[in-house]
Write a protein that binds this ligand. Structure first.
Ligand SMILES: Nc1nc2c(ncn2[C@@H]2O[C@H](COP(=O)(O)OP(=O)(O)O)[C@@H](O)[C@H]2O)c(=O)[nH]1
Ligand SMILES: [Mg+2]
Length: 1405
């Protein structure tokens, strides 16, 4: 039976309506209507007519409704209501139920919480109302309405089936029931919870309702990729492609099968690189980049050895180890993973081979190459450089071309390699024992590249390692399959091209290649890395292609326009080896047998490597393609390979640096012209400054005058400094370091490298010469000359900073308003910023041996301002003879960059700041660690030649005094030198009042392998302590401070923890030797120890400002102290003191005898001519000659006696007289000058006595004559008055007499006695006497004018001597007696002196 057309029409209309509403509501419509079909069927035609009318009104589909016919049957209406079932998605259903007696109901639309329907209108005079009840399992309600056309039930629950019963209330009651399921809600709050490179995880909130499951679809580019059904509210899609955007649709499915509209979100899988970085916790560094300060920061992990538990710890663990040049750094395996699995599998007690075989792969591993690639990609240029340097020190390969698998581009790592400097000895220099020292990127070397085409059974890298290792020692230069984690699949490092160098040592029997060679190794299949391969073809002398089987990429190989010689390498033993394929390629490439190397069946690895070596050697000798890495840039640009040096900051820095260094031709001349302030003037200034304190050359001058004279000279020198206009070079330099951010860092690095390159050539020659000459200390002058040249030919960034400091210091002598002074006010701030950036700043200028105190203090003040209130520092210093690996030690320990011997030759001390991590500050009790590196302490033989003991001792005392911990570096062969220096330091401390803190000592014995010599070391330690104690006692005795009995009274030293034995740096024979793992480990132990010590010892106080004050006062003390510093060690000083004491005795005897003689001579002179005189001569002049000759005889007698004494003294065997042999000449000379001095004085005294004698005679004459004269005149006056009969008054008489007196007196001429400056000469004597006393004595002497002393009674004031804390208690206990005793002593001395002076005066009178 065909349904009546009107029904169809109505149904269509209804459907249309429903669809429209659904669309407009945007909510999926799953609904079911329970509907009383039977009732409908029984309806009268009027009702049907009314119903259709209602439909008409309702749906406004009049045209469809127009041809409705009354008689047509209604039962087919069921069809009309079932039609919506055709929802294409299968979503909505309407079911009609026939078991209900009710009026007809039409569903208008259904929402998630609303149902709207209409009821059939009834044409009747009776009014009706409708009661609608609705129920579901969990919810029910009812409502009343009169309007039957639209009934809206709101507040329903989504996704829930409701039954409606509708009751018409009038005379008759009819109930219509209806069941509707509200639409399910799509899931809410969809979140992509996890993303990796191949998976996406989703999570959502479960919607309310009778949800059975969720359907999740993953589409990409409009295509469905995967569909999953889940009952939980999360799902993970795996096996997706990396770096692709996916749209994700999640729909709710109800128990009855209805499905909600999907909720949609989208997500992108990570790229391989992103994933790797995320995995390693490095994602944020992709942009931000890891900086050196981040790596160097000291934190808890610095000294803890916890195993790596999660992947994100791996990079930092690697960095920590690699920065300490630990050769095991590349072994990065999580501890949890494999170990446990292995244990599980192996540990079972019974035999179960299957279990053994099935050790599953752990996901936790990481290919070291991926790690290295990731770190290079995430680091800034300076970390890259440091990493490359440390990798190359370990003799590991360094990245040449760094791939970025996201952008598919690669970068030439030229900048990263710039810091690597290598030394080697090519055959040409093996005779002369010379060597070549070069920045490796500048070396023109033949490069041999190794690449792979397709799969290959040979491990290229392993073969290469064998190729480069000598027979005695295999070394993993390249990461290979059989290494720890080497077999883990590479994710991001394919396309990485690594480089390493083989450098000969000049010994034919040891060198694998006699000439230096660069080796490149491309990771991955060349077919996928065309750019890299082309690059290698353009730059290499030869390319070895590992190739075995058929490969589709052969065309590609033959297309390469290759400059390099190509060699094909294959393994015949491999299953996939195809001779035909090889032949095909060889033919295409026109190769001969010579260019094919096969690992034949009879060959083992060793034979094969030998064969390869031979080929490489042939290439190296025959090929002339040599290229430096620096020159590869043009090839890179041609091929579209990026060059990291092209970065704008780097280029800007380079331009600035080049502008300065391009001007330099002759270094000494350049320094004079462009850096004039630090040359001669600064050295003179230094001498003046020291002289101001030490007053060594004051002689008999008035000290005040002398001082003000010195001061004037200083001002004059400063004026001279100011007279120089700032040189263009300095102007450029200051401008360049005023730039912000990375540019400044790049500039300084470029400067440093350029300058190193410039001075290296000259210096390495000079240094060799110096070493050569210094073996034989005979040619002192030559050595001195070379030393001078070394110093004048070295030019580093520190010289520019030094000049900056001088410019600043000189500017302070300008008037405050002077514009050029004001322009320079910002310099200290610049210095402070550089310190914060981790640059070393010169503390002591070792060439002049002085501290630019104002400059350093102002920089430190600025630093304090920059970091306040986080301004606490702890200071660590290293001390040791030059070239004993101090800087290497510090660089290894802290990852810092102090200059290592190559290229430079500076002396002095450099300071550098390292940040302490926030969390670790409490432990260390500081915000920064200051590291001080000292340079240029000479070995004693050399020091003696140019008298640099003084400089070295001063430097050592200063830095030890400044530090919390002093690392005393002792290379086994020169331990005495260090002990000597240390002795002087201890001695100086004993003499100085300033040293309040007790510096801690940490002895580092280098080149000792700990295990083998433990027993011996124990003995050595004991011996060392004994020696240290002995020398402390010696020093204490000399200084009369015998309470200092042991070394530990002066320095903090624990023999158990205070010694560290470090094996040699190199494991094997440089230049191919990697760093010894033992070295790195030992240095690490030392670092831990030092940091722990710092944590343990509560330092008194240590902020930057206090440090600044401390430098000033300590330096003042050092400047005052000159006596002890001039000795090699305390024993020498002691021997010297003894000699001095003896000599003083002899001198005193000499003087006393001569004094006696003079006294007798004086008597004889005064008696000359009198009755008492027994002289045989009567003429005074003759008498003088006699006396003089007598004096000469006497003087010669005593002089000879003194020289005799000296000779005898040096002949005795006690008192270490041999130590002062060097001073013998000095003493002999001073004997002579003493004689001259006494001679002068004796002659003067004789003449004075004669003068007095003669004067007395004259006086007698004058008395006689003038009395007569006066008498005469008086007589004349009386006569005159008498003649003129004048009676003069008393006053007139007085006046007249005064006139006569002055007339008479005027006729006389006296030679006046010159006025003597007593205080000056007293001061002079005091200074001489105190010259051997501590600097503090001199300081006291300088502090007050002598004239101002003694005006008040002397009172002993104990405060000044109470500084030393450890005496406090003692002093407290004995205070009274002690005070009284001293006061008494002082009083006695003063009394004795007063008595002496009084006697003297009385005698003269
Ligand atoms: N053989 C050997 N050489 C070392 C050792 N430590 C450092 N060196 C090398 O000695 C040279 C001088 O080192 P450097 O740290 O500048 O010495 P410094 O003058 O004391 O700072 C460098 O070339 C180092 O590579 C070591 O333990 N053994
Ligand atoms: Mg050094």
């Amino acid at each position: 039976m065909t349904p009546p057309t009107w029904i169809k029409g109505a149904a269509e209309a209804l459907l249309l309506y429903l669809q429209e509403n659904l669309v407009s509501l945007l909510s999926p419509c799953f609904y079911s209507v329970e509907f009383p079909l039977k009732t409908l069927r029984r309806k009268s035609s009027t009702e049907v007519g009314a119903f259709s009318k209602w439909c008409e009104v309702l749906m406004n589909v009049s045209t469809t409704m127009a041809n409705l016919k009354e008689e047509e049957e209604f039962f087919d209406a069921a069809g009309a209501f079932t039609e919506p079932d055709c929802n294409p998605e299968g979503g909505s259903t309407v079911s009609l139920q026939s078991n209900n007696v009710s009026p007809p109901v039409a569903i208008h639309w259904v929402g998630t919480n609303i149902v709207s329907f209409g009821l059939a209108p009834i044409v009747s005079p009776v009014r009706y109302k409708f009661l609608i009840n609705y129920t579901s399992d969990t919810h029910s309600g009812s409502m009343e309405t009169r309007d039957c056309s639209t009934v809206e039930i709101v507040g329903l629950k989504p996704g829930t089936e409701y039954s409606f019963s509708i009751t018409r209330i009038a005379e008759t009651e009819e109930i219509a029931t209806l069941s509707v399921v509200t639409d399910p809600v799509p899931p809410m709050a969809i979140q992509v919870s996890e993303v990796s490179n191949e998976s996406l995880s989703l999570q959502w909130d479960k919607p309310s309702g009778e949800v059975e499951s969720f359907i999740v679809t993953c589409c990409s580019d409009g295509e469905r990729v995967q569909e999953l059904k889940t009952e939980t509210n999360s799902v993970t899609f795996n096996s997706l492609r990396p770096g692709v955007s996916y749209s994700l649709h999640v729909s709710t499915q109800l128990r009855n099968g209805t499905i909600s509209k999907p909720a949609v979100t989208s997500a992108k899988t990570m790229t391989d690189l992103e994933f790797q970085l995320e995995d390693l916790g490095l994602k944020k560094y992709k942009r931000e980049k890891i900086s050196l300060s981040k790596i160097l920061e000291i934190d808890e992990k610095t000294i803890t050895d916890q195993p790596v538990k999660c992947k994100s710890e791996i990079p930092w663990y690697f960095l920590k180890k690699q920065m300490m040049v630990n050769v095991t750094a590349r072994n990065v395996k999580l501890t949890s993973g494999c170990d446990l699995v292995c244990k599980d599998a192996v540990g079972t007690a019974k035999l179960d081979l299957r279990n053994l075989l099935n050790i599953p792969d752990t996901d936790d591993t990481l290919n070291p190459l991926d790690l290295i690639t990731a770190l290079f990609l995430c680091s800034d240029g300076f970390v890259q450089q440091e990493l490359a340097l440390k990798l190359s020190m370990c003799q590991f390969s360094v990245p040449l071309l760094l791939p970025n698998c996201d952008t598919q581009q690669c970068t030439l790592m030229l900048w990263a390699m710039r810091d690597i400097v290598k030394r080697y000895r090519p055959p040409a220099l093996s005779e002369s024992k010379g060597f070549i020292e070069e920045r490796i990127v500048n070396s023109e070397l033949p490069m041999i590249s190794f690449v792979r085409l397709g799969e290959c059974s040979l491990s290229k890298s392993e073969i290469l390692n064998k190729l480069l290792s000598n027979s005695q020692q295999y070394h993993d230069t390249f990461v290979h399959r059989d290494m720890e984690s080497g077999d883990v699949q590479r994710r991001i490092s394919n396309g990485l091209t690594e480089m390493t160098w083989y450098l000969p040592c000049g010994n034919k029997n040891m060198d694998i290649f006699s000439e230096p060679v660069a080796i490149a190794n491309l990771r991955g299949d060349i077919a996928s890395f065309e750019t890299q391969f082309s690059f290698l073809c353009q730059t290499s002398a030869a390319v070895f292609v590992f190739f075995e089987s058929e490969h589709s990429g052969l065309e590609f190989l033959t297309q390469q326009n290759c400059k390099a010689q190509i060699f094909l390498v294959g393994n015949v033993r491999s299953k996939t080896f195809s001779l035909d394929a090889l032949e095909e390629v060889a033919t295409k490439l026109c190769l001969t047998n010579n260019n094919i190397i096969l690992k034949t069946k009879s060959m083992n690895d060793a034979d094969f490597v030998k064969c390869l070596r031979k080929t490489v050697n042939d290439v190296v000798h025959s090929q002339h393609i040599k290229i430096s890495v620096e020159n590869m840039v043009s090839v890179a640009h041609e091929l579209g390979v990026l060059v990291e040096e092209d970065a704008p900051d780097c280029q800007a820095g380079k331009i600035n640096a080049d502008a300065i260094t391009a001007e330099i031709e002759n270094i000494p001349q350049y320094k004079e012209e462009h850096l004039p302030l630090q040359g001669q003037i600064w050295r003179e200034l230094t001498c003046l400054e020291k002289e101001e304190f030490r007053l060594q050359k004051v002689g008999s001058q008035n000290i005040e005058h002398y001082r003000s004279n010195l001061h004037e000279q200083k001002t004059e020198l400063r004026k001279r400094q100011n007279s120089y206009a700032m040189s263009p070079a300095m102007r450029c330099f200051i401008n360049a370091i005023s730039t912000k951010g990375m540019e400044r860092c790049y500039f300084l690095k470029w400067m440093q490298m350029n300058l190193d390159n410039l001075s290296r050539i000259k210096l390495s020659g000079l240094r060799e010469l110096y070493k050569e000459k210094s073996k034989d200390s005979g040619n002192k002058e030559e050595i001195k000359e070379i030393d001078q040249q070394l110093s004048s030919s070295s030019l580093g960034v520190e010289h520019f900073f030094r000049e900056m400091g001088q410019i600043y210091e000189a500017s302070l002598y300008l008037p405050e308003t002077d514009p050029s002074r004001q322009q320079l006010q910002h310099l200290p701030k610049l210095g402070a910023q550089l310190l914060l950036d981790g640059f070393p700043l010169e503390l002591v200028d070792g060439d002049a041996s002085n501290i630019p105190l104002r400059w350093v203090s102002d920089v430190l003040s600025q630093l304090n301002d920059l970091v306040s209130p986080k301004n606490k520092i702890r200071v660590i210093t290293v001390l040791g003879v030059q070239s004993t690996g101090k800087s290497t030690l510090l660089n290894t320990m802290f990852g810092v960059q102090f200059a290592v011997s190559s290229g430079r030759c500076t002396r002095g001390a450099f300071m550098l700041l390292i940040k302490v991590n926030e969390d670790f500050k409490k432990v260390l009790n500081c915000d920064f660690m200051m590291i001080i590196d000292t340079e240029g302490l000479k070995s004693p033989e050399l020091a003696q030649l140019d008298n640099s003991h003084e400089h070295d001792n001063e430097l050592a005392t200063l830095v030890v005094g400044l530090s919390d911990i002093t690392i005393i570096n002792i290379a086994m062969e020169n331990s005495t030198e260090m002990k000597d220096i240390l002795q002087i330091v201890v001695h100086a401390f004993l003499r100085m009042k300033e040293v309040g803190k007790k510096p801690q000592c940490q002895f580092v014995h280098q080149n000792v392998s700990d295990v083998s010599a433990h027993e011996k070391n124990l003995r050595d330690r004991k011996l060392l302590l004994e020696q240290l104690n002995e020398m402390t006692q010696a020093a204490a005795k000399m200084e009369k401070k015998e309470e200092y009995k042991s070394f530990t009274d002066v320095m903090e030293y624990n023999p158990d923890t205070g010694n560290c034995y470090i094996p040699g740096l190199w494991n094997g024979n440089p230049p191919m030797a990697p760093v010894n793992a033992g070295y790195s480990e030992a240095v690490y132990e030392l670092k831990k120890n030092i940091i722990q010590q710092l944590g343990k010892y509560e330092s008194t106080s240590n902020n930057i400002l206090e440090f600044r004050e401390w430098i000033t006062s300590l330096w003042n003390a050092v400047k005052h102290e000159n006596f002890i510093f001039s000795f090699r060690n305390s024993l020498v000083a002691d021997a010297y003191m003894r000699l001095c004491t003896e000599y003083n005795k002899w001198e005193w005897e000499f003087k006393k005898e001569m004094y006696k003689w003079v006294t007798t001579a004086e008597t004889r002179i005064s008696n000359f001519g009198t009755a008492a005189a027994t002289s045989e001569v009567s003429d005074m002049n003759e008498f003088i000659i006699v006396l003089k000759s007598e004096a000469t005889t006497e003087l010669t007698k005593w002089e000879t006696k003194l020289l005799e004494n000296l000779k005898n003294y040096f002949e005795q065997s006690e008192g270490h007289v041999y130590l002062v042999e060097a001073y013998r000449e000095d003493f002999a000379n001073s004997t002579k000058s003493l004689r001259r001095e006494i001679e002068n004085s004796v002659v003067n005294q004789v003449i004075a006595a004669v003068d007095i004698r003669r004067g007395m005679a004259e006086l007698d004459k004058i008395k006689e004559n003038h009395t007569k004269k006066l008498e005469n005149q008086v007589h004349q006056l009386i006569e005159k008055c008498r003649r003129k009969s004048i009676q003069m008054t008393e006053e007139e008489l007085d006046d007249e007499f005064a006139k006569i007196w002055s007339e008479t007196e005027n006729e006389l001429s006296f030679s006046k006695l010159s006025v003597k400056d007593i205080s000056s000469s007293v001061l002079h004597h005091l200074a001489t006497n105190l010259s051997m006393k501590g600097g503090y004595a001199r300081e006291l002497l300088n502090a007050k004018k002598l004239q101002d002393c003694g005006r008040e009674p002397f009172k002993y004031n104990p405060e000044a001597f109470m500084d030393r804390a450890r005496h406090k208690v003692k002093k407290f206990l004995f205070r009274k007696d002690y005070l009284l005793e001293i006061q008494k002593l002082a009083d006695n001395i003063i009394d004795a002196c007063t008595q002496f002076v009084t006697d003297k005066i009385e005698k003269k009178n």
